[in-house]
Design a protein. Sequence first.
Lengths: 344, 359
Amino acid sequence: MDLQIALLLGQDGITNGAIYALLALALVLVFAVTRVIFIPQGEFVAFGALTLASLQAGKLPGTVWLLLAMGTLIAVIESSLALRERRFREIPLLLMVNCGAPLLLAGTLFAISPASLPLPVQVLLALMLVVPLGPMIYRLAYQPVAEASVLVLLIVSVAMHVTLIGIGLLFFGAEGSRTPPFTDVTFEIGDALLQGQTILVMVASVLLIVALYFFFERTIYGKALRATAMNRTGARLMGISGNLAGMLSFTLAAAIGAFSGILISPLTTIYYDSGFLIGLKGFVGAIIGGLASYPVAAAGAILVGLLESYSSFHASAFKEVIVFTLIIPVLLWRSLTTRHVEEG
Amino acid sequence: MKRSLHSTLLLLLFIAALAIAPLLLPEFYVTLLNYIGLYAIVALGLVMLTGVGGLTSFGQAAFVGLGAYTSAYLTTVHGVSPWLTLPAGLLVTAVVALSLGLVTLRLSGHFLPLGTIAWGMSLYYLFGNLDALGGHTGISGIPPLRLLDLELKSGREFFYLIWTVLLVLVLATRNLLDSREGRAIRALKGGSVMAEAMGVNTPRSKIVVFTVAALYASVSGWLYAHLQRFVNPTPFSLTQGIEYLFMAVVGGVSHVWGAILGAGLITVLKQWLQDWLPRLLGQSGNFEIIVFGLLMIFVLHRARDGLWPMLQRFFSTAGVVAHAGRRRGAAGAAGTARGGFSAAGGPGCQQALWWPGGQ
């Protein structure tokens, strides 16, 4: 391996690593706030990328139907609850948010042809289609069992993951999609060629991380999430709704996932099930951070990206084996350095 | 705690039905029952791990693969007798499970399942990429099992072996859970501090239950390899590992018989859905996982103990198990953990959600 290849692999590794880092942050966030190990994170990556690809191909993305179906289901559940508790005034708002907004979005998609729109608008549309699925999934799948053990929540996550994989196959088919790059600019640094898209991914990741930092440090909602992560009961006593915190963290996770998918889709072909592997690599990063530390998780994720890229050069067939076996020494190290007392 | 006469009677009826089933049923159903048996063996291990021990694993399929591949490799490449490859497979599985357990079980509960996901993935890719194991095409020409002079070549002959192994393991599990070690395992799910205060070495108990569950999976893999006489990586993927967990949870994760119920239900449902869903949706693909995922979420929301307790309640109200509820409460953990036709079935049982921290 000469320097040029090393640089190229390094560039690849850091690009993927930046994406894994974003996902690792989302996973740590969701786990800290809700104790949910959010396995379906990867599906948001795939849904984001494939929704954008469908929009660009001039097709109606299947995620519209999912959004409508889940919105309707939530509206039915919430309205019947409101009826039972005689909170009649809330029903119109419930219907408007859960059914009206998705319908409006679907109508817009029917009326205009998204393929001819400029790229930023397409990205925005894709995000608007995919991100609301996050809080909706929280409402439907997790909120009813929010107080259950981590184990139950994890099994719900896995069930949600396979459901979404199946739905992804149904909506997007088995063929993969690749979106055109956001920019064709390339830079030459010495011998190495630096692609504009790569830089874009890195810059976007760093910007997103900085934005998240300010969200958590400066805004009231960010602080509420941090409080919930620190002590759920204490936060509730201070008037922070656990359900709101859950939905908010799922919204963030879905946004990060979908945005990562949109960032990565010009670099690699995304299939309906590729999200899972991408998400799992974010997980390895998150576990390196013990599902608690954001900076360590991000660093771990970059390490995973680099490891993956260099091992794909040396032993490409075993690249996945190497990445997923990395988790074992990490867990060993964690089990030797932490003393954990677990109560039921 | 004596089992009641009724439950013994039901058990005998069940065994009798099993004994004559291959003689009456067409080939298709025998094959289906064979698979149900194989899956139930794995699910039984998961019942012990999840429902009784309060841990879980998504990587059981990888352990099945270890058992299957060890036997397939040793019999085809080195010509070892299949009866010797069973202990060999068990040994390999035990070593892997022990080392994995030692690494993850000292951490808090969710690291083990996460570890098993990673482990299930990497083993699947390893099976598919090692040339010695035939890569993605797998290993064919595995010799059939021989019992004295009888070659177990057909599914009907294999049926008896599978279901005998399964029933023996069911009984073994119940006995294990009634033993001193078993009581320690049952204490795990209530949180480890109490158990430790009572002198239970909780990390050791966790490793024991995890290893035993892995060994069950390995036995199932060995049977599978010699039933199919062909192995490739597909049935040992993470997806299959998740499906095993579905079987255990849907059937009833705190009852040994829940494993058989879950395996049967999921297998039949899968067969049926694979027929109908592609026609209904006009596309081909594994759409049954959508239904399974939703079913699973529904079960976890509404009946976290799975379907077996419902079945029990149904039978006890129908008067079949007249003694149900007699031991209710007094038996506590033992009642549900031992499961079987004699376990307490009334509403008291429902409170005993054997999920750590379950509400």
